[in-house]
Ligand binder design. Structure first.
Ligand SMILES: Cc1cc2nc3c(=O)[nH]c(=O)nc-3n(C[C@H](O)[C@H](O)[C@H](O)COP(=O)(O)OP(=O)(O)OC[C@H]3O[C@@H](n4cnc5c(N)ncnc54)[C@H](O)[C@@H]3O)c2cc1C
Length: 354
């Protein structure tokens, strides 16, 4: 196992980003993955705020997103188009680019399921420079809560807006459907939330037919679990076999957005290892918002469908998006509070009580 400065287990966004930071600084990295990077089902959507951690080269940007349409029980409740919001990226291309200077070994590393430490000594040299980034596939029992999500790539006859994402809420479901454009005639369509894979597969077939009458599937329906239990700080900050990405809970629980927080965790860990900075401080905002969204998700689960619908309709768009992105600062929150309807004030109260 000699000759490498770092061993990274898992080449999803977290492991690939860590590899990128380390190999760009001249370290030799070996990455293990049992699958081709980016083959896990994912919507490939990343908000602009990813720039804090990584620059995405143009060739991996499929579409630029400038707006959204939100539907509630099949009725459009808001629509916005304006500034650049984020991208749909070519995730496999991007991950391969991030690890291109490292050695990729296609092999699974057997880990202890509860401690996430490699079982065979031959698989690593130094526990302090062996990074665990195995996502929810490799750490299936460590999260305290999971949702399921399924998706399908679909070719549509009539052209779609490539700069708009659609989010469809259904008040009978804690979760949502999405339509993410990959080009003018191809979309990634999915549904995720609390429900079984079987239920979601059925829901998706019905939804696709309803939304795009003349569509042709380009892939089978595929799904995966998403860890929405919140950040497991002790796995993340431990000195031996530190854990990053979704395996350590780096996912925004309400939106299921995991690429950006996983990359953020890699950024914070690499800076800790190279410069000795405190990783909890480096990405304090990410961790705080994952925890806030976790609390809010609990409230949403406990609430009645009619309350969920009322809150969705009453939240001003700026609040809706900043909660989703985890980007609301306290100053703007106070300003917003003064102009909010009552339903929205309740949501804010939950958020700010920590
Ligand atoms: C249907 C769906 C849609 C989604 N859409 C979005 C979206 O649009 N935007 C967004 O931000 N997030 C989305 N997410 C969440 C996002 O995909 C994940 O949170 C994110 O990929 C997590 O990154 P990661 O690197 O931590 O883990 P992963 O991406 O899961 O990568 C882990 C890697 O480790 C490998 N691995 C696992 N075990 C081992 C082992 N023992 N040895 C070697 N290798 C191993 C796996 O093969 C995998 O390649 C979606 C999730 C799902 C399920």
């Amino acid at each position: 196992m000699s000759g490498h400065d770092f061993i990274v287990i898992g080449a999803g966004p977290a492991g690939a980003a860590f590899t990128y930071y380390a190999s760009s600084r001249g370290y030799r990295v070996r990455v293990y993955d049992l699958h081709a990077p980016g083959s896990k089902p994912c919507g490939w959507a990343v908000p602009l705020q990813i720039k804090k951690y990584i620059n995405i080269p143009r060739e991996y940007i499929l579409t630029e997103i400038r707006g959204f349409r939100i539907f509630l029980d099949e009725k459009m409740v808001r629509e916005e188009r304006g500034e650049l919001w984020g991208y749909i990226v070519d995730k496999p291309g991007l991950l391969n680019y991030l690890i291109e200077s490292a050695e990729l070994v296609k092999k699974p590393i057997i880990l202890n399921r509860s401690s996430l430490r490699p079982l065979r000594k031959d698989d690593y040299r130094d526990p302090r420079s062996t990074i665990i980034a195995v996502g929810s596939i490799g750490a299936p029992r460590l999260g305290t809560d999971y949702i399921n999500a399924v998706q399908q790539i679909v070719k549509v006859k009539r052209s779609i807006d490539t700069d708009i994402i659609e989010i469809w809420f259904d008040s009978s479901l804690v979760g949502y459907y999405w339509v993410f454009p990959r080009d003018t005639h191809v979309a990634d369509i999915g549904v995720g939330g609390y429900g079984s894979f079987e239920e979601f597969k059925k829901r998706l077939v019905i939804f696709v037919k309803k939304r795009f009458r003349d569509s042709e599937s380009l892939s089978p329906i595929k799904g995966a679990r998403i860890n929405v239990g919140g950040v497991n700080v002790s796995l993340f900050v431990r000195d031996e076999f530190p854990v990053i990405g979704e395996a350590a809970g780096f996912v925004y629980p309400i939106t299921g957005e995991g690429i950006r927080p996983s990359i953020a965790s890699a950024f914070a860990l690499f800076n800790k290892m190279e410069k000795g900075t405190d990783p909890l401080k480096t990405i304090n905002n990410v961790i705080t918002w994952i925890n806030r969204q976790r609390k809010l998700l609990q409230k949403i689960i406990e609430s009645r469908p009619s309350t969920r619908a009322a809150v969705l309709e009453s939240l001003p768009t700026s609040l809706f998006t900043s909660i989703g992105l985890g980007e609301l600062d306290l100053k703007s929150a106070v300003k917003l509070l003064l102009s909010l309807p009552r339903g929205a004030v309740k949501v804010l109260q939950v958020l700010l009580r920590d």
